[in-house]
Ligand binder design. Structure first.
Ligand code: THU
Length: 137
């Protein structure tokens, strides 16, 4: 079971808020920051990176996950996501997070750096299609 201390929660929200300032979001003006805590204690940040060809945009959560994976970290404790208004992760990001564990804690914060919600990937993606789903006889 994943669990976080209050200082860890505050650290993750603060780190995601700080990262949010580096978002590249000139089209939506909706800056998102993420901070992903691995089981080994490392923190990988992510921001949304938009593109003039809009569909080429990448979400903050996926940037953080892909950075971690590309550095050899596959097991996650929690991810904090900070948006202007406390928005929740999109479906694509829920699916990418589900790949690496349904118990990952998801913290949602707003522009003021307030924690608004604490949930899990399992609760955000009921009936998730995971690596286990591909096992068949
Ligand atoms: N966005 C994220 O970074 N994460 C989400 O989970 C939802 C949406 C970004 C994508 C785009 O740059 C902007 O927010 C507006 O959709």
């Amino acid at each position: 079971m994943n669990s976080l201390s209050d200082p860890q929660i505050q650290m993750l929200i603060a780190t995601a808020s700080e990262a949010r300032q580096r978002a590249y979001a000139p089209y939506s003006n909706y800056a998102v920051g993420a901070a992903l805590l691995t089981k080994s204690g490392q923190v990988f940040t992510g921001v949304n990176v938009e593109n003039a060809a809009y569909p080429a945009t990448m979400c903050a959560e996926r940037v953080a996950v892909f950075k971690a994976i590309s550095e050899g970290e596959h097991t996650f404790e929690a991810i904090a996501i900070v948006t202007p208004n406390g928005g929740f992760p999109c479906g694509g990001c829920r699916q990418v997070l589900a790949e690496f564990g349904l118990e990952t804690i998801v913290l949602i914060g707003d522009a003021a750096g307030h924690l608004l919600h604490q949930t899990t990937v399992r609760d955000l993606l009921p009936g998730a299609f995971t690596p286990d789903s591909l096992k068949h006889s």
